[in-house]
Design a protein around this ligand. Structure first.
Ligand SMILES: Cc1cc2nc3c(=O)[nH]c(=O)nc-3n(C[C@H](O)[C@H](O)[C@H](O)COP(=O)(O)OP(=O)(O)OC[C@H]3O[C@@H](n4cnc5c(N)ncnc54)[C@H](O)[C@@H]3O)c2cc1C
Length: 391
């Protein structure tokens, strides 16, 4: 066994930290203005391109950084330190775009990789959340291709993106299918931009689709492939959430530890009080065990054969569930250690407190992760707990 970061991982970690530190300079402006001006977006885009950390999940031959899952987790852990969801400015195109035809790749994916276009993923609907099979958006075939009708909610980056990956029930059989749709196509309307609990550099708007005409070439990955493609994304995406929440929790603990050592009440640093020490220690435990497991599973995904896919899906759920819940506990304690200052939006712990909450909701709620894990246990037994390589 060798748990050390590879030389390449260590370099990526340092590069990702340098980029994170640079982008962190925009956190307060993002918080105060609920976003950043276009000039800052351009500056950060250039910095991302200079760092070589754009599209880490896409192959180098298409212009991505071509990182392994373990390497991506290392990068995401650093980016997760950022507040305002500024980590999302270091773009990772939707994995579904790997299913592009060569023509679609040139039109959609390559420009995203190069930072010239931006995608967003529209699956959730008013009546289809945890249960995406309850899809009401339809795609009806006509002579020119397909006509989309429906409504999509919570479309992250929907304000900034210039095209959408839309899940719709296609044809009379309602085959779940993904469509690549330019956002300026007639019939698409951004109907509401809700304010959410967190400050996020992009918005999560709602859209309606009224007789939106797209060509036959808008189908991504084949008719009926929508759920499978979306599901195939979950393992990686959930691991990246786990990694980011660990990075966020670690930043919070660093800040809380330093504050506890510096802040004096009743004539002594609060770090000398055992109630504070308990919070620091419990937070260190939450971070350490979740980091180890997340990196283990990320490494396993890189080594996996196709038959391991289902078990790894459950392992990614364990990682996402455990890390997102643990980081929620960590940030709660760290805010407490800061006292009233922890409730002030100019402090990173306050922002992280609001921002980490959604990690228990998106990409499958904590309850849905538990269902996946239980399903794996019932169907295939407790092998999901085994270390890789054990017989
Ligand atoms: C900030 C934000 C950004 C998002 N970005 C995107 C995006 O870019 N694209 C996109 O398509 N979606 C996005 N989502 C949607 C997100 O994936 C959904 O909110 C999530 O899947 C849950 O769906 P829901 O909100 O409809 O909750 P519901 O499915 O209605 O769930 C409500 C509650 O019931 C529980 N529940 C549901 N079913 C079960 C069950 N079988 N057993 C036990 N408990 C259950 C849930 O865990 C939850 O606690 C985003 C959401 C947020 C908040």
């Amino acid at each position: 066994m060798d748990f050390r970061l590879t030389e390449r991982q260590a370099r990526l970690k340092a590069d990702a930290r340098a980029l994170t530190d640079l982008i962190a300079g925009y956190e307060i402006a993002c918080e105060e203005n609920n976003g950043l001006p276009e000039s800052d977006h351009a500056t950060i885009r250039d910095a991302v391109l200079d760092s070589g950390l754009q599209a880490v999940n896409m192959p180098a031959e298409w212009g991505g950084a071509g990182l392994t899952i373990a390497e991506q987790a290392t990068v995401q852990e650093e980016l997760g330190r950022l507040t305002g969801a500024l980590w999302d400015m270091v773009w990772r195109p939707a994995n579904a775009l790997r299913f592009c035809t060569p023509e679609q790749r040139e039109r959609f994916l390559v420009p995203v990789i190069e930072g010239r276009r931006r995608d967003c993923y529209a699956v959730t609907e008013p009546e289809a959340g945890s249960d995406p099979q309850n899809l009401a958006t339809t795609a009806t075939r006509n002579d020119a291709g397909w006509v989309l009708n429906g409504e999509k909610w919570f479309v992250t980056v929907g304000d900034h993106a210039d095209f959408m990956i839309v899940l719709a029930a296609a044809g009379p059989e309602g085959a779940p299918t993904l469509f690549l749709v330019d956002k300026d196509t007639p019939g698409i309307e951004m109907t509401r931009v809700p304010r959410f609990m967190h400050t996020f550099v992009y918005e999560h708007p709602e859209f309606t689709f009224t007789d939106v005409q797209v060509g036959e070439d808008a189908v991504l990955g084949g008719i009926g492939g929508g759920y499978d493609i979306t599901r195939s994304w979950f393992t990686e995406e959930r691991l990246m959430i786990a990694a980011r929440t660990i990075g966020a929790a670690e930043r919070a603990l660093e800040l809380a530890r330093d504050w506890a050592v510096e802040r004096e009440q009743f004539g002594a640093p609060i770090a000398s009080y055992q109630l504070i020490q308990g919070m620091l220690a419990d937070s260190a435990v939450d971070i350490a065990v979740n980091r180890a497991y997340t990196h283990q599973v990320a490494w396993e995904v890189d080594q996996a054969s196709p038959e391991d896919r289902k078990t790894l899906h459950a392992k990614a759920s364990i990682a996402k569930l455990a890390a997102s819940e643990a980081s929620g506990r960590v940030i709660d304690r760290c805010l407490q250690i800061f006292g009233g200052r922890g409730y002030d939006r100019s402090y990173a712990v306050e922002r992280l407190y609001r921002e980490l909450r959604v990690d228990r909701i998106w990409e499958g709620t904590s309850e849905i992760q538990r269902l996946i894990i239980a399903n794996e246990l019932v169907k295939r037994g407790t092998g999901v707990l085994a270390l890789p390589g054990s017989r």
